[in-house]
Design a protein around this ligand. Structure first.
Ligand code: NAD
Ligand code: MN
Length: 503
């Protein structure tokens, strides 16, 4: 199959492009071996629209044992030829897919929005763009992850190769149903692995719709497959003996289960991108407008359903009153832009579903006795799962709302006196995804950047990420890194070849 090249790609449908999937014609089948097929499992997924609570579907495929088996078999069959394709062939498939995702961005976003509720004008378009750019970024890597060699000073030449693992899988959460795909499938496919994606049971449609585009982009059958399902599907993947790697994004609890399943099965490689309770530390000498605007966007973006949201805000006492006044005002202003995701001008849509609404509301209700409610705390409207941007102040460090990931537009705001004190508090958490520091003093900023026990640090910014830089957390926020060259390392096995030059 080494003749796999541009000509084959053309013949498999290259240039013309249609995306038949709409809200009226939702993709509900599994995408296996480049075909949409019914699930062999009689259990199905039920979906609801968080904008109004209405039912969307009751018959979306939920992949069971036999379905995962079919996908793994197709993937295994596809791997030998795919790993031998030229780097330029893989590059072209990936960048063509990026183009197609961009071209159909609005339609794909609407398929996410129907069950996530993120408005296109804010998180919706960000997410599609991140997906397309992810594929494009990793397309550029296919011929650049070259390996190493060490000199023959001792009579042996050593060549270090980066080889694909084989059948790999991605299990993703509902809060970035498209964005997460480029970050996982991109590096997996670029390095010659075959890849099976399991979207969240809460947001399967935009992922399933990609099947059409995967085929159009020229990926051979079995190389990139999508199987919708819930935790039971994820568990089958995590313990599968022929899947060599799982890249997981989701809660810390599920991450633990996946690592355990991997250990108990075939010791598959596991990358974990988990939860957070990220601090933003705002010093007296900061640019106040800048600090307020980052802190507000950080906790209201995607209705606060973001793993690296700055949910703990610590402000030095000299500017605490002023910051708190402005932060409250800006959160209330954002509260005016809470609304139906299909309406013009909406920045903040609903929470993803009823159970998330009840979970976040529970934290807010219990929070009333843990601290002082500075603003928000209420539901918006009486249908759909809308909630006001909410801030608690004077919250003890060991209170539930100070420690647990809420995953909604809810923050705790407290004052601090000294650098020593705040470093200790910022790090006194089981999480370590992101931390932010706001100050005009570069030495102080760099001291904090060193002291923070987190995978990512923002200086005069917080809650952001780039494809070109490693993404991930320390402690219980995860294991491994996505994006940048780090993602390629996570999807390859290092092989050392030793050549005897002395005989
Ligand atoms: P979740 O852990 O409930 O589910 C994530 C995925 O895992 C879903 O696809 C689900 O079906 C699957 N799953 C559930 N049980 C499983 C099991 N036993 N074995 C295998 N797979 C299983 O997470 P969620 O509620 O969808 O997402 C919210 C969480 O994700 C938050 O904690 C958030 O912080 C985290 N998150 C982290 C990042 C990051 O990059 N660090 C990014 C986004 C979200
Ligand atoms: Mn969950």
């Amino acid at each position: 199959m080494s003749q796999l090249g541009p000509s084959l790609k053309e013949s498999s449908g290259g240039s013309k492009s249609e995306l038949p999937w709409t809200k009226e014609n939702l993709p509900k089948q599994l995408f296996i071996n480049n075909e949409y097929v019914d699930s062999k499992n009689s259990k199905k997924l039920e979906l609801y629209n968080p904008a109004d609570g209405s039912q969307i579907a009751t018959d979306v495929a939920l992949a069971g044992d036999a379905d995962v088996e079919a996908a793994v078999a197709a993937a295994e069959a596809a791997f030998p030829a795919w790993r031998k394709t030229t780097a330029t062939f893989r590059r072209d498939c990936l960048s063509k897919l990026a183009d197609l995702i961009e071209q159909h961005g609005k339609q794909l976003a609407s398929l996410t929005r129907i069950s996530l509720g993120a408005p296109f004008g804010s998180f919706g378009s960000f997410e599609v763009n991140m997906c397309a750019e992810g594929f494009r970024y990793f397309a550029g890597w296919t011929d650049k992850f070259a390996g190493e060699s060490y000199p023959q000073d001792d009579g042996f030449m050593k060549i270090v190769r980066n080889e694909p693992l084989g059948v790999t899988a991605g299990i993703i959460p509902w809060n970035g149903p498209l964005g997460n795909i480029g970050m996982k499938a991109g590096p997996a496919l670029a390095t010659g692995n075959v890849f099976i994606l399991k979207p969240s049971e809460k947001t399967p449609f935009s992922a399933l719709a990609l099947g059409t585009l995967i085929k159009q982009a020229g990926f051979p059958p079995g190389v990139f497959q999508i199987i919708s399902g819930d935790g039971s599907t994820g568990a089958i993947i995590a313990s599968h003996m022929k899947i060599r790697k799982v890249s997981f994004t989701g809660s810390t609890n599920t991450g633990r289960k996946i690592q355990e399943a991997a250990a108990k099965s075939n010791l598959k490689r596991v990358t974990l991108e988990l939860g957070g309770k990220s601090p933003a530390v705002v010093f007296d000498d900061c640019n106040l407008d800048n600090a307020v605007s980052w802190c507000v966007n950080a906790i209201t973006g995607n209705t606060g359903q973001v793993c690296f949201a700055a949910s703990r805000v610590y402000v030095q006492e000299g500017i605490y009153e002023e910051f708190s006044r402005r932060y409250k005002a800006a959160m209330e202003e954002r509260g005016k832009a809470v609304g139906h995701p299909e309406e013009e001008g909406t920045i903040m849509g609903p929470l993803v579903d009823k159970s998330q609404f009840e979970r976040v509301s529970g934290f807010v209700e219990r929070g009333r006795s843990q601290g002082t409610l500075l603003t928000g705390g209420g539901r918006v409207g009486d249908s759909g799962y809308y909630i006001q941007p909410t801030v608690f102040t004077n919250v003890p460090h060991d209170a539930e709302i100070s420690r647990d990931e809420i995953f909604g537009p809810v923050s705790v705001l407290n004052s601090f006196k000294t650098e020593e004190e705040i470093i200790k508090k910022a790090n006194d958490t089981t999480f370590g995804l992101m931390a932010g520091v706001f100050t005009q003093d570069i030495n102080k900023a760099m001291r904090l950047a060193t002291e923070f026990d987190s995978g990512m640090v923002g200086i005069n910014c917080v809650s952001l990420c780039f494809l070109t830089a490693p993404f991930g957390g320390s402690k219980e926020s995860g294991i491994g890194r996505e994006n940048a060259i780090n993602a390629l390392r996570m999807f390859t096995e290092t092989k050392t070849v030793m050549i005897n030059l002395t005989y």
